[in-house]
Design a protein around this ligand. Structure first.
Ligand SMILES: O=C(O)COP(=O)(O)O
Ligand SMILES: [Mg+2]
Length: 226
């Protein structure tokens, strides 16, 4: 068994950039939002760097970039209005270009066989989760799924991870956080979880090793190995 799983009874998985490559659909919704305001498209490469702090931050970063302004200088009402438009566009097509990463299903199957509880903790709005989980037949693997707006705090705050531990009755010391961004690693450390980071996701253009996770992998398939 992979050393990250030694003594582990709960694995909390991040979604975007960890289980699914959702940036192409997020970019379509961002670009449609910008186009309504006659702003140039951001494109998927930029959007990849902006995912991870929830959809509101994604839209704020996209607007700031398109307007050549500092995020702090934007009007809050302007960001809220653009965010509403983004949510409408994304709701129309949340999984047309999104792909499941290799190794995800075999990893989740292996957790099920080993009786290791799995919980999904994403900063994505919870309203999008049913359609995405159904599209990739992921729903049945999770004891609980939390979005960025499910609780009053989201990652990098440890609250959603501690909620997952409490919900499954597993002590944080026996839990592992698996994610692609520094926010996942920070939340995991703050919650007293062990941390495993994937190298292929979105991390604001920084190497995830800089966040000093306990383990790093380039595929979740390693968690399925004997
Ligand atoms: O920022 C988002 O909307 C999603 O991010 P996460 O699934 O990587 O937490
Ligand atoms: Mg992520």
């Amino acid at each position: 068994m992979h050393p990250a799983l030694a003594g582990i009874s709960l694995v909390v998985f991040d979604l975007d950039g960890t289980l699914i490559d959702s940036a192409p659909d997020l970019a379509v919704a961002v670009d449609a939002t910008l186009a309504e305001r006659d702003l140039l498209p951001a494109g998927v490469d930029k959007v990849r760097h902006w995912v991870g702090n929830g959809s509101h931050k994604l839209v704020e970063r996209a607007l700031a970039d398109a307007l050549g302004a500092a995020a702090e200088s934007l009007d809050a009402g302007e960001i809220d209005a653009a965010h509403d438009r983004f949510l409408a566009y994304y709701a129309d097509a949340p999984c047309e270009r999104t792909q499941l990463y290799d190794g995800v299903h075999e990893c989740l199957e292996a957790m099920r066989e080993r009786n290791i509880a799995c919980v999904l903790v994403t900063n994505k709005p919870v309203a999008f989760l049913p359609a995405i989980l159904e599209q990739f037949t992921l729903a049945s693997f999770f004891a609980l799924t939390l979005g960025g707006d499910s609780l009053s705090e989201k990652k990098p705050h440890p609250a959603p991870l501690l909620h997952a531990a409490e919900h499954t009755g597993v002590a944080p010391a026996r839990a592992l956080m698996v994610g692609d961004s520094r926010h996942d690693v920070q939340a995991g450390k703050a919650a007293g979880f062990r941390t495993l980071a994937v190298t292929y996701g979105y991390n604001h253009g920084e190497p995830i090793a800089d966040s000093a996770p306990d383990h790093v992998t380039d595929s979740l398939a390693v968690l399925a190995a004997d």
